[in-house]
Design a protein around this ligand. Structure first.
Ligand SMILES: *Cc1c(COP(=O)(O)O)cnc(C)c1O
Length: 492
């Protein structure tokens, strides 16, 4: 750990008797007799620090953070687009923030209208009949969608379907969700161009298949042109088509999964519709269904009466039940609605085009120095298979770490698993030409450095507070508390 940049731990700044606050004695007698067995015998070991020390400590720590507000964050498959500040203002407005989820409907008509408007807007964007905003994340949206599919088959007394087909390029949450929903996973191969091998798919289709899960554009950033034929074959054996719409960016305003033949889908509001995310939250993964499947969606939901008032409906005979505490992650839903309404239909149309243009621009300007395994038009992201010149031994990991020295967040690396040295870049639509050009220059410079001084690139990063953490040790025995850290750093 670099002490200069990282500062000290707050515990190490402690001095006995120092205080940041002074609480006057309020003269109230302690009214409850706590059994002595439940009382501490030694005082709590808390840091004793004055206010300036605390303020400086945490402000300095915060400057070691990297976010989309501090720099370009081209993390493929994660859509780290800029989050407009108006979204934050709306989500934290006291008229939304201070509501209680169980307030009577008549007292929260505005909030319910916002919620209902988003349900409708997402149905329009996805080409679906209805959306449930309940799931808290993409993965939970997948699981909920698979439960909808299960409920649909069971409603038809069709109990023999125990498999879900998933392409080998899929995001890891797809097989995880299918397994959690009780299905066996059958992998479908990809062709050299990254798209689904239709012959392999057809050979695995029969009446024991419950669904086919697909991502389009797939995780390599390539648009699957065979969707209508695939959908026809899948529907032909009575199975349903599931669309992983975590990253809907490239389709916004251009194409709709519902029109392609998908029956069930989820959208990650925290990727496509801009919400600060990462590190496990917050998120929202609404799930949408085509006409004929609405009755299986989870509850509660918001409905609009003929007179124009809004109500929360909590149960329905055929619903699969509840998947969240109440209506889902309301603050994230508000941000998504703010983003949709502030862009408007015309603005949303530009998102798909611009995110695709930006990705292709980067791809074309880097493909002489980085190995592009799948050439041709990509959508919102592209995957390189490491440096074109592999003779220097500089890997994708080294390139990613060297980018940190240059002030960029690293792209996604070693995913998808189709290539050994995957480097997946997603610029999004929110970056200017200057930002993208500067990033391209940095990537080109690294490729040249890799030839001229490969050891320097392999030793990167040189300028970050932490340079080479032991990933394996961190995963096996993470140090998450001060006491653990002390124990690990005590001279033996
Ligand atoms: C991010 C992502 C998911 C999972 O979403 P979470 O909100 O992280 O659970 C699923 N599929 C794809 C393609 C993704 O990019």
């Amino acid at each position: 750990m670099n002490r200069r940049l990282y500062g000290q731990l707050i515990f190490e700044l402690s001095h006995p008797g120092r205080k940041g606050v002074k609480v006057p004695d309020n003269g109230v007698e302690f009214a409850v007799d706590i059994p002595s067995a439940l009382m501490r015998e030694t005082p709590l070991d808390l840091p004793e620090v004055d206010e300036p020390t605390v303020a400086r400590h945490y402000n300095n720590l915060s400057t070691n953070n990297f976010g989309v507000d501090t720099g370009f964050y081209p993390l493929g498959s994660c859509t780290m687009k800029y989050n407009p500040k108006i979204n934050e203002e709306i989500a934290s407005h006291r008229d939304f923030r201070d509501l209680h989820p169980l307030q009577p409907s008549w007292s929260v008509q505005g909030a319910l209208e916002a919620y209902y408007t988003l349900q409708e807007a997402l149905s329009e964007v996805g080409g679906m009949a209805e959306f449930s905003l309940n799931p808290y994340a993409g993965a939970q949206g997948e699981l909920t969608g698979l439960f909808v599919i299960k409920a649909y088959h069971e409603s038809r007394r069709d109990y023999a379907r125990d498999k879900v087909l998933i392409p080998d390029s899929a995001h890891g949450t797809n097989p995880a969700s299918a397994a959690l929903a009780g299905y066996k996973i059958v992998e479908v191969k990809s062709l050299p161009d990254g798209t689904v091998d239709t012959d392999d798919l057809l050979s695995k289709l029969d009446d024991t298949v419950a669904a086919m899960m697909m991502t389009n554009p797939n995780t390599v950033g390539i648009f699957e042109r065979n969707i209508p034929a695939i959908a026809e074959a899948v529907h032909g054996v009575g199975a349903l088509m599931y669309y992983d719409g975590a990253n809907l960016n490239p389709l916004l305003g251009v194409a709709r999964p519902g029109d392609m033949g998908f029956d069930v889908m989820h959208i990650n509001l925290h990727k496509t519709f801009s919400t600060p995310h990462g590190g496990g939250g917050p998120g929202s993964g609404p799930v949408g269904v085509r006409d004929g499947l609405q009755q299986f969606l989870p509850m509660p939901k918001v409905v609009k009466s003929a007179e124009g008032s809004y109500e929360v409906v909590t149960d329905a005979a055929t619903s699969l039940g509840s998947v969240s505490h109440w209506l889902g992650n309301f603050a994230v839903e508000l941000r998504a609605l703010a983003y949709i309404l502030s862009l408007g239909a015309d603005g949303l149309m530009e998102v798909g085009k611009l995110s695709t243009l930006n990705a292709n621009y980067i791809k074309e300007r880097l493909k002489d120095l980085y190995l592009l395994p799948i050439d041709g038009l990509c959508k919102h992201e592209m995957v390189f298979d490491g440096l074109a010149d592999k003779s220097t031994g500089v890997t994708t990991l080294n390139v990613a770490k060297r980018l940190l020295d240059m002030g960029y967040h690293a792209p996604t690396i070693y995913f998808p698993l189709l290539f050994h040295e995957s480097l997946m870049i997603e610029p999004t639509e929110t970056e200017s030409l200057e930002t993208i050009d500067a990033f391209i220059d940095a990537m080109r410079r690294i490729a040249i450095e890799a030839k001229e001084s490969p050891e320097m690139v392999k030793d990167a990063p040189h300028d970050t507070p932490i340079s080479h953490p032991d990933d394996t040790a961190a995963a096996i025995s993470p140090v998450t508390t001060y006491r653990q850290w002390l124990a690990a750093n005590e001279p033996s």
